[in-house]
Design a protein around this ligand. Structure first.
Ligand SMILES: [Ca+2]
Length: 115
């Protein structure tokens, strides 16, 4: 067996991974963009980096307006926030954000590959 598939960040530190990802493949840059987009908008009020409703709305309209309809509509954003906030703590954690990303990937797959 060859080397195990361990994310480079766990071997060499997140910052180095970030630098590598900028020169990486399209997929690697895309994955880095998913992580970076969350932390660019995440609040750090209590040392826990999460999105509150305002940060989530800003992220939606700045980053996802081509994938999601009604990102400018406050009511639609609140509905989506409540749907994504699986534990109803009024914050979007990275794991909850990841579930939204996965759902968007499923929609893209259906749209582009009809599966
Ligand atoms: Ca939550």
């Amino acid at each position: 067996m060859g080397q195990s598939l361990q994310p480079a960040g766990e071997r060499s530190g997140g910052r180095q991974l970030s630098e590598l990802a900028r020169e990486g493949s399209e997929l690697e840059r895309g994955l880095q963009a998913v992580v970076d987009s969350f932390y660019r908008y995440a609040e750090d009020a209590e040392g826990l980096k999460q999105l509150d409703l305002a940060a989530f709305q800003t992220l939606l309209s700045n980053e996802l307006s081509h994938q999601l309809t009604n990102t400018e509509c406050k009511e639609a954003a609140v509905d989506l926030f409540n749907k994504v906030d699986a534990d109803s703590d009024q914050k979007i954690s990275f794991d909850e954000y990841w579930d939204l990303v996965a759902e968007i990937c499923r929609v893209i797959r259906h749209r582009d590959y009809n599966e």
